[in-house]
Design a binder for this molecule. Structure first.
Ligand SMILES: [Zn+2]
Ligand SMILES: [Zn+2]
Ligand SMILES: [Zn+2]
Length: 743
């Protein structure tokens, strides 16, 4: 049996079912598969197999079953045999699972011997992916190997009727990991109950770095404005929203709008951060997500988290324990060294994290889950591929991930952050090496982005294997096609910030037609020369100057508070083509409009200007601006000029920025729908995929879904594989997987 079959209570389940059906033989983990040798009455064997395949434990996912008939050797009983080390067939790794209801009940029951024990787990819950060092998933191959089970735990482990029967991470107060509270210089604070003391510290307004499943969080009281401001100052994070963890669903419902789909996600055993709209009467301090209508919220997912909420705390800031842009910290001594300047205290434990993973982030669109960041609980992500050869796809640069194929399946790694940051790059390389060893991966082809300056491309160069450069936007398009199992030709609408095109210009407002194997660019936004390189990305007012200069607009007083001499310098550089690049990026057009409306002139996190522009728009405004589409050498182009003139005229007439923002979004939707229809007619295609980071914009996405549906066009968009650059690696894999036949 192949699939997610280890660490999910499958062998104990098989053992119990074998006894029910009077089956003799054995079951064992082999590599990452579960192997059985069974004997019994024919009908009983059939029913037994049906039972264990059709109704496995809730966490198991059976992907493939192979059956071989052999002679009976007369087994006298059914037993669980020790694991066999060999790796056979598909390799599967289990995901980390939030605490189950039974374990939760146990830690809150004063009569239980696991009362208030922060590492309680069973076959249905607990860490998996973040603690495994090698396959198969057995205690000695995880970071739990240093905690020999006490006689009581051993008894549970060996008792088929116990829910901890063969629970590899089983432990208790006597034998398992323990908590310690440390100062921010790493000295232990001796106290009877580190957890209780932590609660007191949090209520007193302190920042505590707390070690969880995939790494550290900075925790502080989300009702305390002062400490949130301090955390922002120390973390050098003035604007970007903090995620919060709330006591329970009831608390969550008081603060945010939670529909059925959102509720399901909040309480799911993956426990992601769910983006939710704040209620009008939400009384949380604005410092958590300044001026934003939405907030990222999650429910407690470890026993430790649940215990933090037992004594007066209802709502905690729980933000990744890292320095700005650096990877999440997950080792005690490193965390104290690197985060000691931010946290006042550290609540640590002695169960090592082997593979760090941040919290996953999801949202709901049209009542369905859309994953923005795949990490803890969602990793690894597994999907079918042809995969004749083993392929390693290295992704892009910001929001990096990697993926690989093996034995007919693709695997996507956890989110690994912006690898322009040196530490993140090291973590990225380590994560690749780690999985490579664990899965015995020997890639024949290494896929990478065409952009040679991306560190993922630099890494590709250093690797043994055939290299294949993949165009960034084609990879976005195919990421969506892989997710929806699309093999036929489609129209691709790919809007993002940056990606190098085949003409060496920066693309990002693209319309393709194509398949997984190849694509043709049939339309794009008109190129504009942007001056200032990376500095312009950080300072959208520079982008506005570049756009406005290109349409000969000279009234610079609209950019409030921007020094006229700085504007002149940008203009002069534009005239002389100094440090300029041409781009068709829709991401940059968003930056331009946000700057013109004085919503954001300088950003402190990725895509801030676009996020804030969407956040202020008035959803009741239905109008848009006029736009123009022209054709040059068989290529459609969208001229942004009339859109900008429409905005500038509205500004002169003092139309509210909220209306202008809405009209801009509507226009972008209208022109895109118009373009898709023209392409659909010309190339006789009725399927469109919408992909790229810009489609994280809910308003634009839903506007287009509605508009295209009315035009009778079938639309696909990224749901499980992120639409942002962390989905790129899957697209690269899909492309190489499709063309490998031709290699
Ligand atoms: Zn449990
Ligand atoms: Zn024990
Ligand atoms: Zn991109």
């Amino acid at each position: 049996m192949f699939g997610v079959v280890q660490g999910v209570g499958y062998r104990p389940y098989i053992y119990n079912q074998a006894n029910n059906f009077n089956i003799k033989g054995w079951v064992s983990n082999q590599g990452s598969a579960v192997v059985m040798d069974i004997e019994g009455e024919k009908i009983k064997v059939k029913n037994f197999l049906l039972q264990i395949i059709k109704s496995p434990p809730s966490l198991a996912r059976i992907e493939k079953v192979e059956v071989v008939s052999k002679c009976c050797i007369g087994h006298l009983e059914f037993e669980i045999k020790p694991s066999l080390g060999d790796t056979v067939g598909l390799n599967y790794l289990s995901q980390d699972v939030a605490i189950c209801p039974e374990c939760l009940e146990e830690i809150l029951d004063p009569n239980s011997n696991r009362y208030h024990y922060a590492f309680t787990n069973c076959t249905a819950c607990g860490p998996r992916y973040t603690i495994i060092r090698k396959l198969p998933y057995d205690r000695e191959n995880t970071t739990m190997d240093v905690f020999p089970m006490c006689p009581n735990c051993e008894k549970e482990y060996n008792d088929p009727s116990n829910r901890r029967f063969h629970a590899q991470t089983n432990c208790c107060k006597v034998c398992g990991p323990v908590l310690s509270l440390l100062t921010n210089t790493g000295e232990e604070i001796l106290c009877k109950d580190p957890l209780q003391r932590t609660i007191t510290l949090l209520l007193e307004g302190k920042i505590v770095a707390i070690k969880g499943i995939g790494g550290f969080h900075f925790a502080c009281d989300a009702r305390n404005q002062v400490v949130i401001t301090v955390l922002r100052e120390r973390k050098l994070r003035p604007h970007k929203s903090f995620a919060i963890m709330v006591k329970d669903l009831e608390t969550a419902k008081k603060l945010c709008m939670i529909g059925e789909a959102e509720e399901k996600l909040l309480i799911s055993n993956k426990r992601p951060i769910v983006l939710l709209e704040k209620k009008v009467n939400c009384n949380l301090p604005d410092q958590i997500a300044p001026n934003m209508k939405k907030i990222g919220m999650m429910l407690p997912y470890t026993p430790l988290h649940n215990l933090l909420f037992q004594d007066g705390i209802s709502c905690l800031i729980m933000t990744s324990g890292n320095l700005s842009n650096a990877p999440i910290q997950y080792e005690n001594h490193q965390a104290i060294k690197n985060l000691g300047g931010i946290a006042d205290y550290f609540l640590v434990h002695n169960r090592n994290i082997h593979i760090p993973a941040e919290d996953s982030v999801v949202k709901v669109i049209n009542n369905q889950e859309v994953v923005i960041r795949r990490a803890r609980g969602y990793t690894p992500f597994i999907f079918p591929m042809k995969a004749k050869y083993e392929i390693l796809a290295l992704g892009a640069e910001e929001k990096s991930t990697f993926s690989f194929t093996q034995n007919g399946y693709g695997y996507m790694s956890q989110y690994l952050g912006d690898i322009k940051n040196y530490d993140a790059y090291i973590t990225y390389k380590k994560a690749i090496e780690n999985l490579r060893t664990m899965m015995g991966l020997k890639p024949y082809i290494i896929a990478h982005d065409l952009h040679t300056i991306y560190l993922s491309s630099v890494y590709a160069k250093s690797q043994v294997g055939k290299k294949m450069g993949v165009q960034h936007h084609h990879a976005h398009m195919v990421s969506c096609m892989v997710e929806h199992h699309l093999l036929e030709p489609a129209i691709g609408v790919i809007f993002d910030g940056t990606g190098i095109g085949t003409d060496a210009k920066i693309w990002g407002g693209e319309f393709f037609i194509g398949t997984r194997e190849n694509f043709m660019r049939v339309a794009h936004f008109k190129y504009v020369a942007i001056q200032g390189g990376d500095q312009a990305i950080r300072e959208p007012w520079r982008i506005a100057v570049s756009f406005l200069h290109s349409i000969h607009y000279e009234n610079w007083s609209i950019l409030e508070g921007i020094d006229i001499n700085s504007i002149k310098t940008v203009k002069q550089a534009l005239d002389k083509h100094l440090n300029c690049y041409e781009t068709s990026s829709v991401g940059r057009l968003f930056d331009c409009v946000a700057a013109i409306l004085n919503v954001r002139h300088r950003i402190t996190y990725d895509a801030q200007a676009a996020i804030e522009l969407e956040n202020i728009l008035d959803p009741y405004v239905e109008e848009g601006y006029s736009y123009s589409i022209y054709e040059e050498n068989g290529m459609y182009q969208i001229d942004y000029k009339s859109i900008l003139f429409g905005i500038l005229k509205d500004l002169e007439n003092t139309v509210a920025p909220a209306s202008i923002a809405a009209k801009f979004h509507n226009t972008l939707g209208n022109v895109t729908i118009d373009m898709v229809c023209r392409i659909s007619e010309r190339y006789e295609l009725k399927i469109v995929v919408l992909t790229g980071g810009v489609f994280e914009n809910n308003y634009l996405l839903t506007y287009m879904l509605k508009g295209l549906k009315e035009k009778d066009i079938t639309v696909y968009y990224n749901q499980q594989i992120p639409t942002n650059d962390s989905g790129i690696c899957v697209g690269q894999l899909g492309i190489v997987d499709a063309v490998e036949e031709m290699i």
